[in-house]
Design a protein around this ligand. Sequence first.
Ligand code: PMP
Length: 440
Amino acid sequence: PGGVVPSAAPASEHLFARAERVTPGGVNSPVRAFRAVGGVPRFMVSGKGAYLTDADGRTYVDLVGSWGPMILGHAHPDVVAALQRAAASGTSFGTPTPGEVELAEALVNRVAPLEQVRLVNSGTEATMSAVRLARGFTGRTKVVKFAGCYHGHVDALLAAAGSGIVTLGLPDTPGVTGAATADTIVLPYNDLALVESVFAEQGGEIAAVITEAAAANMGVVPPLPGFNAGLRRLCDQHGALFILDEVMTGFRVSRAGWWGIEGVAEGWAPDLFTFGKVMGGGLPAAAFGGRADVMARLAPAGPVYQAGTLSGNPLAVAAGLATLNACTDEVYAAVDARAGDVAGIVSTALTEAGVAHLPASAGSLFSFFFTDAAAVVDYAGAVAQESVRYAAFFHSMLDAGVYLPPSAFEAWFVSAAHDDEAVERIAAAAPAAARAAAAV
Ligand code: PMP
């Protein structure tokens, strides 16, 4: 798109050709394929701190951070040491292990309303299981979700989902039956009045409302003041459960996630949370949890079934624990400051190049909408942007050694390892990239 000429990356090109023969689209998760920005995806071979190195030996400042987990940067020594220790003791036992208890305690200790958790392997499993549990607990069928919020590739939640669905322009996905989404009510994000009217009509059938704690899969769209609190109130009034999806925000935007910022300030809490990304430290670990009386309905304590061969895997748990333990107040302060620096640098460059844009942020999550709109509060606003300008911006940054999300609809991530040198490289690259965006 956008007449972009990708720079040469022969080793990645060769690997991609091999990958396309044995894997659909050459990737194991759609947005990695560069479909939205054009060109050949870079095959990364190593990471250290704020940097990634590709198969051609080029280094990039990484602003993707594995889509969220790498809050400490790549190959953090504590995480590597914890993994080496764990691996030397065996990789999976299919029994309870001490590490699982420690990780569960670490989560519960950080997020006050979280009384019990169940560990799973991906954010998708976490949201899928939370919805099942909410239905089992309430004996109701319907689930409210918001357009542009992505909760993983759960059949019932793949309706008006963001992330790769919007990147690839898939209106819906074949393979998800009407029956699977028949009980899913999709509403525009940030429109509390509409949620209220749906509850007035169907409140007795609604098992749960699920929302991203702060939406970040249609670009970053923070909740308007009172939106999350209003969802909490409506759920209380109608006996539905409130599920806060903190897969992206959890243990990243603060020690206690988005709840730790907004929920604490406003005095509300969800019934259930979902977590992933940071809590797994770059390995497959995720969790759902919340009120003990709700979690008590989960097998084997209760009748709602949920399980996993590798759930609570010793390596994943070790990486997660090492990551959470290293997430000091200084780390959060550094991540917040770096996010502000990078967002400011990019916004200034775009302004100087005359590119209409709207910086968006929620805590340390940020992205840019290429639009002259004064605000973006929902999915319709998010998709109205000129994402073709982003493609030009992306490739110019890539050529200059800065790896951005290969889609205009994803959040940018910084880590505590993003030092002055990394920020300077971004600052050096941004003006030309902004001019490339202007020239589209
Ligand atoms: N919920 C949110 C808010 C997410 O951002 C994501 C992934 N980006 C998921 C759920 C799904 O997580 P996973 O990719 O680990 O299945």
